[in-house]
Design a protein around this ligand. Sequence first.
Ligand SMILES: [Fe+2]
Ligand SMILES: [Fe+2]
Length: 391
Amino acid sequence: MKKLATSQLIPGMTVGSDVQSYDNRTVLTKGTVLTDTLITRLELYGILSVYIDDTAKVEAVREEEPAQTLPPAPESELSEDILSKVEQAEEDAGIREDDHTSYFEKVRASREFKEFEDDYRRQKDSLAFTLNEMVEKNIQVDAQLLIEGPLEMIKRAGSRSDIMDMLHLMRGYDDATYTHCMNVALLNYVLAGWMGWDEERQTTALASGLFHDVGKLRIPKEILLKPARLDADEFATVRKHSIFGYELLKRQNVSDSIRNATLMHHERYDGSGYPLHLKGEQIDPYARLTSISDVYDAMTSARVYRGPLCPFRVVEIFEDEGLEKYDPDMILTFLKNVCNTYLQTRCRLSDGRIGTIIMLHPDRFSRPVVDCDGTIVDLREHKDLSIDALI
Ligand SMILES: [Fe+2]
Ligand SMILES: [Fe+2]
């Protein structure tokens, strides 16, 4: 039996022992053969590693196999509704293995992406080193120095939409916390720019993302990496990471905005978040921004064996989850700009037709108008159709 990080799992592997959720429900039983959907769900449950039966043959599996029914993820920020949306989107993405020349494949092959990939790895390693020094040795961190690397990387990467594209392709790398903090930092920077925030505030947004989950490093590894059940106390400890992070940052020379983003990034605009159950404008703007990047990163977190989900599917999941959880201005700006990036891009619809995205609906960004060789298809009116891939 071998313990593997969830990010290293591959469809076809066999689960070696029962996997429990944080609140003691069985998520997967011993002997289950993993599928793309099941692996995604493990991540949404926050399960970071799983015992795999390494004597079992890894079979190629197709997502058409009946998916195992799982209980809803109780402590995930993502509701059961979204889980099933993600599942659907994953399934759609999974059956498209012939997309070798898709939009993202072209980006992946570019010189700019290769440079970004190298930069990203370097920056992530240095972030890991610095945050560890801070947590373990209580060393004062030079926040300015910490953000310089990612900032230069952003400048080299080009436009905000280029950064979004490349981030899409950086998913699936190992090590949850540091990679996630890097992603959220870059997303925060992009979103702050789209919001029209000045350079200084964009930089603060970037730093907020880098630090936001630092409290997770204070949670004992036995809890974070425990493949089996966590008891109620352990689970409560995991949820305390935002408070732990805030306490760590109190001793650091960083701005109140960065501290607040760490403390409040799990608060929700409608009051449904934690730990303080704040509402609306009570939540620091940097925390409101970070919550969007945080959930976006969780939803688009990809597998090592396939490309990322089509952005329109991700936006649709956000729209269905309920936009009232987020700052209305920020969430609309985010979704509009993510979709705007792909205006005039070729796409393939779920019925196989190829077209060009020509217009967005401000009330439903995920369902734009597509021109299929002169036939105008308004996806807002055709609920049975969706964009399967950008090509
Ligand atoms: Fe968090
Ligand atoms: Fe996070």
